[in-house]
Design a binder for this molecule. Structure first.
Ligand code: HEM
Length: 503
C-alpha cells in the first residue's frame, strides 16, 4: 500500500511538473501564476483578450507575457519592437500556425492557406496569390473596386438604413470578382449568399474558446449523436458550405471561359497556365481563401469609417473640404491618393482606432528560442497583440482618440509616424498579402462616400441626437454592430454625380 501511495504521489508530481513547468523556470516570460495541471485556464479572458493581455504587460512590466493553458504555452507580444524581433526577424521559426481543430479538422477548412502550417503546401498557395495580387498589378483589382464602390453609393442613396449590409455586399463583390471574374448581381447574388453561408461557420470558429474541441482535441472523436455534441452537427454543415464555396464559383469561371466571356481574374488567368488536376486543386484552395480573408475584415474597416464620420463631424467636414477643393465636383479615383492626404490619414486612423483583427492571427514557434533572456518553448502559440501595438502611447499619443492629424506633417503624410499597416495586417512572412487591396478599397469607399453624402447622427422623436453605441461584435475579426445614422446626399449635384457614376 505504501509503495502504491508513493508511486501515485510520484506520478502526480511528474505529471504536474510536465504540465506545469513554467513557474518553476525563471526563464519563462512573466505572466499570471496559474494552477497545477490546468495552468492559467481560469485566467484566460473570454472576450476582448487583447485588453487583458495589454493589462498583463503593464502589470508585469514586460512587453512579452506568458500563459500556459493545460500544457499549451501562449506567448503574447505587446510591443511593435518584440513583434518585429520575433515574428519578422526570426520568421524562419515563427511563421507556422497552431492547430485549429474545429475549423480545419472538423469543418473542412484545412485547404485555407491562412490556417496552414508553415510548409510547402502553404508556400505554393501563397505564391499563386502573390503572383496575381501584387500591389502594382492595380488593373486586376482597382477597376472592380471602382465598379462596386459606385454601386454601393447608389444603394446608400436608394436605401441607406441597412448600410452595413450594403458594405458587405460591396466588399464581397470585389473579392469574388477579382478572384473568379464573375459578374455579381446588385441584390441577392447566389455566390455572395453562398460565401456568406460559408463565412458564418468560419467566423464562429474563430472566436477564441467558442469550441471546447479546440482546447481538448480528443473531443473530435465524439460522435454526432452523442448528447451535447452540437459542434459535430455544426461542423457537418460547415463542411458542406466549405465544399460548395470551394467548387461552385470555380465551375462558373470554367463555364464562362469555355463560352469566351470571362473577365481577367486570379482564377481565369491562372487557368491559362496549366490544367493539371493538382494545379486545379491548388487554384480552388487559393480562390476560396480570398473571400474568407477579405470579406469580414474589409467590411469591418469600412463600417468603422462610417462610425468615425458620424461620431466626429469636424473631421468629416475637414475631409469633405479637401475632397471638394481637389476634385472640384467629380468622384475620387485611385490615382488621386497623393493629392488627398487628409483622406489617407483618416484611412490609417480607422485601421488603428478600431483594429479589425485585434490579435492578428496566432503564429506558432517551431523551435525553442530565447528572447531578452526569456525562454520561448517550441510549439508556443505566439500572439502579436496588434491592438496593444496600435494603442501604444509612445507611437500614438492619446491613443484612444480618433485623430487623423497624427499622421500628417505640413499637410503631407508624415513618414516618421509608424504606419498602422505594420501591425493591423499582421506580421512577418504571414503578413496579410491582400493589405494593398484592403486599403485601396477602404480609401476609395471613404472618398466616394464623403464626396456624395452627409453622414450624421440620427435624431429621436424629440429631435435629440442619438449617440451611436460604438459597440462591436467581438472575436478574431471585430464588426461594428448596426447603429442608427443619417446618410443623405450632400446636395442635388452630388446626387446627380453618383447617379451618373453608375451608368
Ligand atoms: C482591413 C482588411 C484586412 C485586414 C485587417 C487583414 C488582416 C490580416 C491579418 C492580421 C492576417 C494574418 C497575418 C499574420 O498571420 O500575422 C491576414 C492574413 C491574410 N489576409 Fe488579410 N486582412 C484584410 C484584408 C484582406 C484582403 C482584402 C485580402 C485578399 C484580397 C486578404 C488576404 C489575406 C490572406 C490570403 C491571408 C493569409 C496569409 C497567410 O497566412 O500566409 N486580407 N490578414
Amino acid at each position: 500500500m505504501f509503495w502504491e501511495i508513493l508511486a501515485f504521489i510520484l506520478g502526480v508530481t511528474i505529471l504536474a511538473r510536465y504540465l506545469y513547468p513554467w513557474r518553476n523556470s525563471p526563464l519563462l516570460p512573466p505572466g499570471p501564476k496559474g494552477l497545477p495541471l490546468i495552468g492559467n485556464l481560469f485566467d484566460m479572458p473570454s472576450s476582448s483578450e487583447w485588453l487583458t493581455y495589454a493589462e498583463w504587460g503593464k502589470k508585469y512590466n514586460s512587453e512579452i507575457v506568458y500563459a500556459n493553458v493545460a500544457g499549451t504555452s501562449i506567448v503574447i507580444l505587446n510591443s511593435a519592437y518584440a513583434a518585429k524581433e520575433l515574428l519578422e526577424k526570426r520568421s524562419a521559426i515563427y511563421s507556422s500556425r497552431p492547430r485549429l481543430v474545429m475549423l480545419t479538422e472538423l469543418s473542412g477548412w484545412a485547404f485555407a492557406f491562412a490556417l496552414m502550417p508553415y510548409n510547402d503546401a502553404w508556400k505554393a498557395r501563397r505564391r499563386i496569390f502573390q503572383k496575381h495580387f501584387y500591389p502594382s498589378n492595380t488593373d486586376i483589382y482597382q477597376p472592380l473596386e471602382t465598379e462596386y464602390v459606385h454601386q454601393l453609393l447608389f444603394k446608400l442613396l436608394e436605401d441607406p438604413k441597412p448600410f452595413l449590409e450594403h458594405i458587405r455586399h460591396m466588399v464581397g463583390s470585389v473579392a469574388l470578382s477579382i478572384t473568379y471574374g464573375i459578374k455579381i448581381h446588385t441584390f441577392n447574388d447566389p455566390f455572395i449568399n453562398l460565401a456568406e453561408r460559408a463565412m458564418t461557420g468560419v467566423s464562429e470558429s474563430l472566436v477564441a474558446g467558442a469550441f471546447l474541441v479546440d482546447t481538448i482535441p480528443v473531443l473530435k472523436y465524439v460522435p454526432e449523436w452523442f448528447p451535447g455534441a452540437t459542434f459535430q452537427r455544426k461542423a457537418r454543415n460547415n463542411r458542406k458550405a466549405a465544399k460548395d464555396i470551394r467548387c461552385l464559383p470555380f465551375i462558373e469561371t470554367q463555364k464562362e471561359m469555355a463560352s469566351g466571356s470571362v473577365a481577367p481574374s486570379l482564377i481565369s488567368l491562372s487557368l491559362q497556365e496549366s490544367n493539371s488536376e493538382e494545379y486545379l486543386d491548388l487554384l480552388r484552395d487559393v480562390g476560396t481563401q480570398v473571400y474568407v480573408a477579405a470579406a469580414d475584415t474589409t467590411a469591418s474597416s469600412v463600417g468603422s469609417f462610417i462610425l468615425a464620420m458620424v461620431c466626429f463631424p469636424d473631421i468629416k467636414v475637414k475631409a469633405q473640404k479637401e475632397l471638394d477643393h481637389v476634385l472640384n465636383g467629380r468622384l475620387p479615383e485611385h490615382n488621386d491618393m497623393q493629392s488627398l492626404p487628409y483622406l489617407s490619414a483618416i484611412v490609417k486612423e480607422v485601421l488603428r482606432w478600431q483594429v479589425v483583427t485585434p490579435m492578428a492571427v496566432p503564429h506558432l514557434a517551431t523551435e525553442d528560442d530565447t528572447y531578452n533572456g526569456y525562454h520561448i518553448p517550441k510549439n508556443s502559440i505566439v500572439i502579436g497583440n496588434s491592438w496593444a501595438i496600435l494603442h501604444d502611447e509612445a507611437d500614438y499619443p492619446d491613443p484612444h482618440s480618433f485623430r487623423p492629424e497624427r499622421f500628417l506633417k505640413d499637410d503631407k503624410i508624415d513618414p516618421f509616424v509608424k504606419d498602422p499597416e505594420e501591425a493591423a495586417f499582421g506580421f512577418g512572412r504571414r503578413m496579410c498579402p491582400g493589405r494593398h487591396i484592403a486599403q485601396s478599397t477602404l480609401w476609395l469607399a471613404a472618398g466616394c462616400i464623403l464626396t456624395c453624402f452627409d453622414l450624421r447622427k440620427a435624431v429621436d422623436s424629440n429631435g435629440q441626437e442619438i449617440e451611436p453605441s460604438r459597440e462591436y461584435r467581438l472575436g478574431g475579426i471585430i464588426q461594428p454592430l448596426p447603429f442608427a445614422c443619417i446618410i443623405e446626399p450632400r446636395s442635388k449635384e452630388s446626387e446627380q454625380l453618383l447617379r451618373t457614376a453608375l451608368i
